[in-house]
Design a binder for this molecule. Structure first.
Ligand SMILES: *[C@@H]1O[C@H](CO)[C@@H](O)[C@H](O)[C@H]1NC(C)=O
Length: 279
């Protein structure tokens, strides 16, 4: 009897070890997530992130150096062949999985970047984490080779980040793109109200000293999903921290989806020949 019990325990223990090839491994997006995501009409999200609902977004640039402030120091931060191995870490519900699948499919449809299930041999990979409430949304900038305590570089998608635009926004950070308003030439396009920028957030408004290579020769884009909204990091939420200098162009801070220029930037940075050939 005891023997049978211990045999059973061994069996249970073996069964519970996640196997990467298991057909219904929920650490990866499943075909069903992609298929069902096409049937759902997602609310594009607020076109402009509203005044009192801050998108708590951080780009974590660990080992930050001067060269990093100038943009991404080297092409080492670009994912080789545009392949980004990932795992889903945490209990995303069905709708949340569909939202992530929708964003991933959009990258796959319009760029040559591919989010692929992590294999054993992948040392650099993305761990898409479900953060708790108030933990915000964050990503590292580009591909990292650091040794993290928990292997994989985290992309944190808290409940308030699970909208089409913010998921695309965080994943663009992961590909190596910074906020649009930190471009070296931003002062020609936006006016920053430094007095209203929260003291702890001044760094976030620091602009690049040279044109970032991740801008890959595109014009300043007010409509980018990487542009923050007018009230981001404000001390006084009734007043903006930045305004457009030019009347033309869309409002800043849209989180509906990629702008055409976002797609072009990704395709240029990742050298996606078939997607850029006609541009
Ligand atoms: C990707 O392309 C397919 C085929 O054209 C389409 O059905 C699907 O809706 C697209 N997905 C997204 C997220 O746009």
């Amino acid at each position: 009897m005891l023997l049978l019990f211990s045999l059973l325990c061994v069996f249970v223990a073996i069964e519970s070890v996640p196997h990467p090839n298991r057909a219904n491994d929920d650490r990866f997006l499943l075909p069903a997530d992609f298929i069902s995501s096409r049937r759902v009409i997602f609310q594009p999200g607020k076109s402009v992130v509203s005044e009192n609902n801050d998108e708590i977004d951080t780009v974590v640039t660990s080992e930050q150096s001067d060269s990093e402030i100038e943009g991404i120091a080297s092409k080492d931060r670009v994912w080789p062949d545009g392949k980004v191995p990932y795992v889903l870490d945490g209990d995303f519900n069905e709708l949340q999985r569909q939202l992530i699948a929708n964003a991933v499919e959009d990258f796959h449809n319009r760029t040559c970047v591919k989010f692929v299930p992590k294999k054993e041999a992948d040392t650099s990979f993305v761990r898409i984490k479900y953060g708790g409430e108030g933990e915000g949304c964050s990503s590292l900038l580009g591909r990292r080779t650091d040794n993290f305590d928990t292997p994989g570089q985290a992309v944190v998608l808290n409940v308030e980040c699970l909208n089409p635009g913010t998921i695309r926004h965080e994943l663009m950070h992961t590909l190596g793109f910074r906020h649009e308003q930190t471009r070296a030439d931003r002062d020609e396009y936006v006016k920053i109200f430094w007095d209203n920028v929260d003291d702890k957030d001044h760094d976030k408004f620091q602009k690049a000293t040279v044109l970032d290579f991740a801008q890959v020769g595109t014009d300043y884009d007010y409509g980018s999903v990487m542009h923050s909204d007018a009230f981001v990091n404000a001390k006084n939420r009734d007043k903006p921290t930045m305004v457009k200098k030019l009347k033309a162009g869309p409002e800043i801070g849209q989180r509906g989806g990629f702008s055409d220029m976002d797609i072009l930037k990704i395709n240029r940075l990742y050298n996606c020949q078939i997607f850029t050939a006609t541009k």
